[in-house]
Design a protein around this ligand. Structure first.
Ligand SMILES: [Zn+2]
Ligand SMILES: [Zn+2]
Length: 734
């Protein structure tokens, strides 16, 4: 007997093995199709799983094997290439395959929705055909005509029915009633739109042209390219030209963008340029919209798929190019849940397996990416000039120790704001802290408002009259006096709301707009705020990190960074990298039109070597200095890291599991463990967090160690008292 005895099925659960099932009864003799969804019995439940293969025999006793109830797909929802990529990812991230495969599919598909959109079609039944041949229905010529038409057309949809005569609907009802016509569901496969370039692209400058030429010279093979273009240098135009070439070859492009970067601006530029259908996949979509975007890609209807992190798994037919825009952005890394992948890194692996180019674009590349480029693994293409007349902004430091400060804004900054407003410029004031003030203090007894669930202070939200925790969402009314001694309370420190209040007092006639998570909720709000600045309706923009994400403010001539110091003295070795990225990205908002920009950075440490190198030698010089420090400390990219993180109801339980895990480790040479240690903010949302770090200079050795160790630690009894996850290549350390 050559036919496989069992099919291997993986289910969306944290188990590292597939389950064996007998083939479905109606599929006997048919070959197994890996990547199709099946419905299977599991205990008392019926679950949807994915077939990964078959086997000639099973370790399960034959009488205990159950048959698959139903095969849901005619075509695999995960094709062979995607299945292989996901299996690779499950191994690399040491995560159960069932959960990895589930992460690659929209929720609606995991719940059993058809892979293609379905439509109702009316077709002539066997009885109807016999009736037609025998000349029926003789007394109803219009019904007969309709039956004839349905037979010739091999059916028709509800939308097409109207074209088949004035009373087609009524006649159809009669034909259905007689059993001559029946409704069936068939997959709705939209015709692919021929890809055409609509609008002419902008003329490329020499560097843009060189980048396009280099990458398009090898569109048929893998190559990883770092497109390092300063803000305003026209990276998007390079993407658009490359996509045009890929479409012209009859292939499709996958464009990944950061979570918040998916602005109508970028989508609009793609829609403007190409008539080809564009599918969107991002977290702002409803489940139905997400399914729709996935289906457009799956059916090959969409020739451009544009999406955020999980779109790296989109089923792009005839993939010809992958672009990761703002590749340094932390949102490409999944920080939560079990499967903590990097979409940027998986994009490179996917491109390699598909033998297509991948372009990693950024004004502030991640240090890992710079390192890969320096090592020759990625080819570096630079766009060092701004397009049009835009000049690079001048950067300057303001020493907070020697200048007077009003509510966080120094006198030189206030003077500069006045000067730029008088010269008809616009001003961006950046502070990465929302709310009114980060602390509420009693000046008599020293009491501060702290979150009961977290090791954190509550932020004052003055206008709303609330105290809120930015870590767990706790929310309480603002007390009128100190709960400890009854004295008056004072908000201490600055948030964006307080800055806005101060600027209103200083410049009462200048319209302002604030861009932070309290001021704007949805995507529409962000666009409205951006539009107020672009139209000149507002002239001062106060914002958090949100303003750095790809929005263009062409008339902003001055950027003031209120506090750059938090990133200089952090326990996280990546903090300086993030600080430099933020400063350079915020600075890049200035002077993008034809007016030169000015950037002022307020600091109490104007002599700090990292700030000095950033000002003197730009992002590249900063990266060189910081990478030397990393090499000396053996941090990535000069080593590989993994972290086991856990949380529990008590600090002791959180540490106990990690301590047990450490004891189980049989460390090979070149692999080291650090910890366990409580997280810097140990208590968050009522749970205690801790981590154990695994480091190695040898990636292979690290992964071989994880292979055996992870399956051992998940058997530990203490693992059941915690929530834990393994994070390979973690981006944030506490
Ligand atoms: Zn008090
Ligand atoms: Zn809290």
């Amino acid at each position: 007997m050559s036919r496989a005895a069992v099919w291997r099925v993986v289910l969306d659960m944290p188990l590292r093995r597939p389950f064996d099932y007998l083939p479905p009864q109606d599929a006997s003799g048919k070959p197994v199709r890996p990547g199709v969804r099946v419905r299977v019995p599991f205990g008392r439940q019926r679950l949807i799983g994915l077939v990964t293969g078959e086997a000639a025999s099973s370790d399960i006793a034959p009488e205990r094997l159950k048959p698959i109830l139903e095969v849901l797909d005619a075509e695999p929802v995960l094709d062979a290439a995607m299945l292989a990529l996901l299996m690779w990812a499950a191994e690399y991230y040491h995560h159960p395959l069932g959960e990895v495969l589930a992460a690659a599919l929209p929720k609606a598909l995991r719940l059993g929705a058809p892979a293609s959109a379905m439509r109702k079609v009316w077709v002539v039944s066997e009885e109807g055909r016999a009736a037609l041949l025998s000349g029926e229905p003789r007394r109803a010529p219009q019904q007969r005509a309709l039956l004839q038409q349905l037979f010739e057309r091999k059916g028709c949809s509800a939308e097409e029915l109207g074209a088949l005569g004035p009373n087609a609907r009524a006649h159809l009802r009669s034909l259905v009633h007689r059993g001559w016509v029946a409704a069936i569901d068939e997959p709705l496969i939209p015709a692919a739109v021929p890809a055409q370039t609509q609008a002419q692209g902008f003329a490329l400058n020499a560097e843009q042209h060189a980048a396009v030429a280099t990458i398009s010279a090898s569109l048929q093979s893998f190559g990883a390219y770092l497109l390092h273009g300063i803000t305003g240098s026209g990276k998007t135009e390079v993407y658009l030209h490359l996509v045009a070439r890929v479409l012209a070859q009859g292939r499709a492009a996958l464009i990944l963008v950061p979570e918040i970067g998916l602005t109508p601006q970028l989508v609009g530029r793609f829609r403007e340029r190409f008539a080809a259908s564009l599918a969107l996949l991002h977290s702002g979509l409803t489940d139905g919209e997400r399914l729709d975007g996935w289906r457009q890609a799956f059916t090959g209807h969409a020739r451009i798929v544009l999406g955020t992190r999980s779109a790296v798994f989109a089923p792009v037919r005839a993939l010809g190019l992958i672009v990761v825009d703002e590749e340094h952005d932390a949102s490409f890394k999944q920080h939560e849940g079990g499967f903590r992948y990097s979409a940027r890194d998986l994009a490179v692996v996917r491109a390699q397996r598909a033998a297509v180019p991948v372009v990693l674009g950024s004004a502030t590349p991640a240090f890992e990416t710079l390192y890969n480029a320096a090592a020759g693994r990625y080819q570096r293409l630079s766009l060092p000039r701004r397009t049009a007349q835009a000049q690079a902004p001048r950067l300057g430091l303001i020493d907070l120790r020697v200048n007077a400060v009003q509510a966080g804004i120094s006198t030189p900054s206030i003077d500069a704001i006045r000067r730029h407003l008088n010269a008809a410029g616009q001003v961006l004031v950046f502070l990465n802290r929302r709310g009114y003030a980060p602390t509420l203090l009693c000046t008599a007894c020293g009491w501060t408002a702290a979150c009961e669930e977290c090791d954190a202070r509550l932020t004052v939200h003055q206008a709303a009259g609330r105290l809120r925790c930015h870590h767990c969402g706790a929310d309480a009314p603002l007390p009128e006096c100190c709960p400890q001694c009854g004295f008056a309370l004072r908000p201490v420190g600055q948030g964006t709301q307080r800055i806005e209040e101060k600027l209103e007092e200083l410049f009462p006639d200048v319209p302002r707009v604030r861009l932070d998570r309290d001021a704007v909720r949805g995507r529409g709000d962000i666009e409205a705020a951006v539009q107020r600045m672009v139209s000149g309706d507002a002239r001062i923009l106060i914002g958090t990190q949100m303003v750095t994400k790809g929005h263009d403010f062409p008339n902003v001539t001055l950027v003031v960074v209120l506090n750059a110091d938090r990133g200089l003295f952090s326990t996280d070795f990546r903090a300086p990298e993030r600080l430099a990225q933020t400063i350079v990205q915020v600075a890049g908002r200035a002077g993008r039109g034809d007016k030169p920009g000015e950037v002022l950075i307020q600091t109490e440490f104007p002599d700090h070597p990292l700030l000095r190198s950033l000002l003197a030698a730009g992002y590249d010089g900063f990266a060189r200095t910081a990478l030397i420090e990393r090499e000396q400390a053996r941090w990535p990219p000069f080593s590989r890291l993994a972290a086991v993180r856990d949380s529990a109801k008590s600090a002791a339980a959180a540490l106990a599991f990690l301590t047990d895990a450490r004891h189980l480790a049989r460390l090979p040479p070149k692999v080291r463990l650090f910890g366990p240690v409580p997280a810097a903010m140990a208590k968050r949302a009522g749970r205690y967090h801790a981590q154990l770090l695994i480091e190695s200079s040898d990636r292979g050795a690290l992964h071989r160690f994880l292979d055996s160790w992870v399956s051992q630690i998940e058997q530990l009894p203490s693992s059941r008292r915690v929530r834990w996850a393994l994070d390979v290549d973690p981006l944030e350390l506490f």
